[in-house]
Design a protein around this ligand. Structure first.
Ligand code: AP5
Length: 213
C-alpha cells in the first residue's frame, strides 16, 4: 500500500509516519528530510537549497521530483511507502501520477494556533531527523536524542517568520491538490489535533489496515 500524507507544516505528518514505519513496516519518505540530508552533507544541491528552505520557500519542482525519483529506485519501497511532504505542487502531483500507483491521500487537519505551538516547540536530531517537542513529546534527557545521545536542534525553518510563510505557501501551492485527489476518490481525512497514538489509530482505520496492538 502506498500513501501520501498531505497537510500543513507541523500537522504531525512526520510523527505519524514514524509510528506507521515502526508498527506497520511502511517505508517513510520525507522530501524535507532528504533535502536536510543534502544540506548537512554540503552537496551541490544542499548548497543550492539551503537558504530557500530556511526561509520557508519550496525547492524547485525539478530538484524535488529528481530527489524523489532517486529514492523510489531503492528496493525497500516495494514494501509500501508513505510520501510525507510530496507532492506539494500540481506539477509534482502530475509527475507522481505518471510514476507511481497511490492508494490513499491522507489529509491532516489542524488549526493555525496549534500548528504554531507545535512548530515553536519542535526539536530534531540532525542525523536521523527524529522529532521531539519540548512539551508534547520531550526526550528522556532535556535537549538530547534518546537514540544517539546527540544534541537536539531547532530547524532553521521553525523560526516564526518562516513558519508563517510556510503556512501561506501551503495554502497557495499545496491545499489545491486536495481537490485534484478528491476527484480521483483518494482522499481520507483525519483530525490531527488528537494525541499521536489516537491519530495513528485513526490512520489505521481510514486506510483500512488490518492491525491490532
Ligand atoms: P518538510 O520537512 O516536509 O516540512 P513540512 O511539510 O513543513 O512539515 P513539518 O516537518 O514542518 O511538519 P510535520 O507535519 O511533519 O509535523 P511533525 O510530525 O514534525 O519540508 C521542509 C522544507 O523542505 C519545505 O518548507 C520546503 O522548503 C522543502 N520541501 C520539502 N518537500 C518539498 C516539496 N515536495 N517540494 C518543494 N519543496 C519541498 O510535528 C510537529 C511538532 O508537533 C513536533 O514537535 C511533534 O513532536 C509535535 N506533534 C506531532 N504530532 C503531535 C500530536 N498529535 N500532538 C502533540 N504534538 C504533536
Amino acid at each position: 500500500m502506498n500513501l501520501v500524507f498531505l497537510g500543513p507544516p507541523g500537522s504531525g505528518k512526520g510523527t505519524i509516519a514514524t509510528i506507521a514505519k515502526e508498527k506497520l513496516g511502511f517505508v517513510h519518505i520525507s522530501t524535507g528530510q532528504l533535502f536536510r540530508e543534502e544540506i548537512k552533507n554540503e552537496t551541490l544541491l544542499g548548497k543550492r537549497i539551503k537558504s530557500l528552505i530556511a526561509e520557508g520557500e519550496l525547492a524547485s519542482d525539478e530538484d524535488t521530483i529528481e530527489i524523489l525519483k532517486k529514492r523510489l529506485e531503492k528496493d525497500d519501497v516495494k514494501k509500501g511507502y508513505i510520501l510525507d511532504g510530496f507532492p506539494r505542487t500540481m506539477a509534482q502531483a502530475i509527475a507522481l501520477k505518471e510514476m507511481e500507483e497511490i492508494d490513499c491521500v491522507v489529509i491532516f487537519k489542524l488549526e493555525k494556533d496549534e500548528i504554531i505551538k507545535r512548530l515553536s516547540g519542535r526539536r530534531i536530531a540532525r542525523s536521523s531527523g527524529r522529532t521531539y517537542h519540548v512539551i508534547y513529546n520531550p526526550p528522556k534527557v532535556e535537549g538530547i536524542d534518546d537514540d544517539t545521545g546527540e544534541e537536539l536542534v531547532q530547524r532553521s525553518d521553525d523560526k516564526e517568520e518562516a513558519v508563517l510563510h510556510r503556512l501561506d505557501v501551503y495554502k497557495d501551492e499545496t491545499a489545491p491538490l486536495i481537490e485534484f485527489y478528491r476527484k480521483q476518490n483518494l482522499i481520507r481525512e483525519l483530525d490531527a489535533k488528537e494525541s499521536p497514538e489516537k491519530v495513528f489509530q485513526q490512520l489505521v482505520k481510514i486506510i483500512g489496515y488490518n492491525y491490532k496492538e
